[in-house]
Design a protein around this ligand. Structure first.
Ligand code: AMP
Length: 306
């Protein structure tokens, strides 16, 4: 049994009101697989990088027990590069540069050793590539989680609608849920989106937490109010990686475990934003994660005196 994570493995250059980085390692699959590795030992990554990607960065994945056999290295080519600048509110950002490079004609290879996949995380990429990965799995995984964004709703809606028929959990933000459903009310939006395929829908609301929907059930998870947010890049991917990593660990899919998975994912995301890039995610301790999850529990628990 294993957890396979597909997505971009990238170089990012980030600018926030607190500083600026040169090219550092980023990408959806990078954040998600690092986050998942804190909960589950058999994480396997599918992605593509260029010759400019450093061996020590691949070693970083391996140090976390992440299998990189499915990470293609394209000789003579450059890795995907993304550059973004955050506004003062740290919630909104401008994309300054997107250089697809190796991602432009990415053909995902699923090594034979990945065919024991029971949990599949389809990180933000073209819906067509996400579908190809599902098609290349000889046995349908027990749980398929897909993350996407408004960009694909704008330019590849038919492909997106076709792949989300085949998944179990969709993660999008509130604006994207409204765009995909044409409904302003998130409750109505969730009903419409679940009718498109996914049994579970997670609507991410940034600093306001996340909502989980399944049939008529709704769970509202808080986000931890943080005094300092240093760099929000990758928070969504970290959330998704922590979420599926926790579910792979407990290995039973039900609403209650999904609720807990959202809290573990949110806890990991709260660490991610404390430093630039993956810096904070690289060296987390299990005790720190445990303490942070307890903060989440305290944050939203209350009793009503009779
Ligand atoms: P997030 O902050 O969760 O939106 O994720 C940021 C990460 O997504 C960065 O590390 C980027 O390398 C990666 N990224 C940005 N644009 C794209 C894209 N079009 N396709 C795939 N990955 C992307």
């Amino acid at each position: 049994m294993s957890l396979v994570i597909i997505g971009s493995v990238a170089f990012d250059a980030i600018e926030t009101p607190f500083g600026k980085t040169d090219k550092i390692v980023g990408g959806a699959a990078t954040y998600a697989s690092l986050a998942a590795s804190y909960f589950y030992k058999k994480v396997k990554i599918v992605g593509v990088v260029g010759e400019d990607f450093h061996q020590e960065d691949i070693q970083n994945f391996n140090n976390h027990g992440i299998n990189t056999e499915g990470l293609q290295i394209k000789k003579g080519e450059k890795s995907f590069f993304w550059s973004g600048k955050y506004h003062n509110d740290m919630n909104s950002r401008d994309t300054l540069i997107t250089e697809l490079n190796v991602l432009g004609d990415f053909d995902p290879i699923i090594p034979e050793s990945y065919q024991d996949c029971e949990f599949l995380m389809l990180g933000n990429l073209t819906p067509q590539v996400q579908q190809t990965v599902i098609d290349r799995m000889k046995k349908r995984p027990k749980l398929i989680v897909l993350d996407t964004m408004n960009f694909w709703m704008d330019i590849a809606l038919d492909d997106l609608l076709s792949v989300i028929k085949n998944i179990d959990v969709l993660t999008i933000n509130d604006a994207e849920a409204r765009q995909l459903s044409g409904e302003y009310s998130l409750v109505k939006a969730a009903k419409k989106i679940m009718a498109m395929g996914p049994k579970y829908l997670i609507i991410k609301k940034g600093e306001h937490g996340a909502l989980l929907f399944n049939e008529d059930l709704i769970f509202s998870a808080p986000a931890l109010p943080l005094a300092d947010v240093f760099d929000p890049t990758g928070a969504g991917d970290t959330f998704a990686g922590g979420f599926i990593g926790y579910l792979a660990q407990v290995d039973t899919i039900n609403f209650n475990n999904m609720k807990n998975a959202i809290i573990f994912g949110s806890a990991l995301a709260s660490f991610c934003v404390e430093k630039f890039g993956t810096e904070r995610l690289i060296n987390l301790k299990q005790d720190e994660i445990k303490a942070r999850v307890e903060q989440f529990v305290k944050l939203s628990s209350f009793t009503i005196e009779k």
